[in-house]
Design a protein around this ligand. Structure first.
Ligand code: TRP
Length: 332
């Protein structure tokens, strides 16, 4: 039997996840889990690079795991774990720090953005974020990393660091490839359709959170910014708002954009927005119910995390021990 390729991804347990996180990463994972050996982490160590409320961080960690499972990520097929439960991440990060230049970290787009947004707390961890992410990926001899465009630069730097280390010693890390989601998967803000829907947007009406109840979902869609004209047609250049709603509708129904347009031929914007809202609310409800059921079963979730951490640590420690040997750490 052919060995399956290894896939690695993670989500930070910060803010509330949006339908963008569902349509993008999580929904993709559900199909990818059948073709790859998957590792899915909750990146709580990345999360603390900006200030978090400890009790919320703790709770969100479980919520994210429950959500993965509620969406259909199968803990039997995949290794699901919490980053801080596998010490090898911090350990490899330290070694990789010595193969990463301060200048290249200072030039990272996300670091520059976050430095502006969190000017009061530009901490070392924020700057080191990409190196920790490289450690995440490289520990598992990852072949592919499914990411959004905003993480592209981070995967590039992980590749650079891997190659640098491999060249300095001998092949140690697999050099990972980024795997971009298919087009049509990009979900924009409902209030500002030129921007990506974000879990930390200033205006909460622009984002549909996976935790939003039916009334909230429908209200937000009703208020979504549309464009002049009255035709429901996909044209991101001139009709950013309507095109975004069509993308959401097609992602949630599995229909093509052309089929989505046909569903609303001759209808007005009001009917269209209501229909998209109802479609999304109908889809979220069973996920929310299952997530709540799982959260009530803490023993089960902790079992998943315990076994995930053990399996992850086994794989990670193999790589870490090779690294320690190559750099000359005396091992007992
Ligand atoms: N930085 C990623 C994000 O914010 C999360 C993440 C952490 C990640 N480690 C990773 C993604 C490793 C892919 C691979 O979305």
């Amino acid at each position: 039997m052919e060995e399956r390729k290894i896939l690695y991804s993670a989500i930070q347990p910060t803010n509330n996840l949006t339908i963008g996180n569902y349509i993008g990463p999580i929904k993709n994972w559900i199909s990818l889990q059948n073709d790859y050996n998957c590792f899915f982490a909750v990146a709580n160590m990345h999360a603390i690079t900006v200030r978090q409320v400890p009790a919320e961080l703790r709770q969100k960690t479980l919520e994210v795991i429950a959500l993965y499972i509620a969406c259909g990520v199968d803990p039997e097929k995949c290794v699901m774990y919490v980053q801080s439960h596998v010490p090898a991440h911090a350990e490899l990060c330290w070694v990789l720090n010595t193969f990463t230049y301060v200048g290249e970290m200072e030039r990272m787009t996300q670091f520059k953005d976050k430095s502006l947004r969190h000017a009061e707390n530009i901490n070392m961890g924020l700057m080191d974020y990409p190196v920790l992410m490289a450690a995440d990926i490289l520990l598992y001899q990852t072949d592919v990393v499914p990411v959004g465009l905003d993480q592209r630069q981070h995967v590039e730097i992980a590749r650079d660091i891997a190659q640098r280390f491999n060249n300095a010693f001998s092949p140690t890390f697999k050099v990972p490839e980024a795997l971009y989601a298919k087009i049509g998967a990009k979900i924009n803000d409902l209030q500002d359709p030129a921007k990506k829907m974000s879990k930390s947007a200033e205006n909460p009406n622009g984002s549909i959170f996976l935790s939003d109840d039916r009334d909230t979902v429908i209200r937000k869609f009703k208020r979504a910014v549309t464009d002049s004209g009255s035709e429901i047609k996909y044209d991101p250049e001139t009709k950013a708002g309507i095109s975004n709603l069509l993308s959401i509708y097609s992602a949630f129904t599995g229909k093509t954009v052309a089929e989505a347009e046909a569903d609303f031929a001759g209808k007005g914007y009001g009917d269209f927005k209501l229909a998209v809202g109802e479609t999304v609310a109908d889809k979220l409800f069973p996920i929310q119910k299952e997530q709540a059921r799982l959260l009530a079963d803490k023993a089960y979730l902790e079992g998943v995390l315990r076994s995930g951490a053990e399996r992850a640590a086994r794989a990670a420690n193999k790589t870490l021990s090779k690294v320690y040997k190559k750099i000359g750490f005396y091992q007992l």
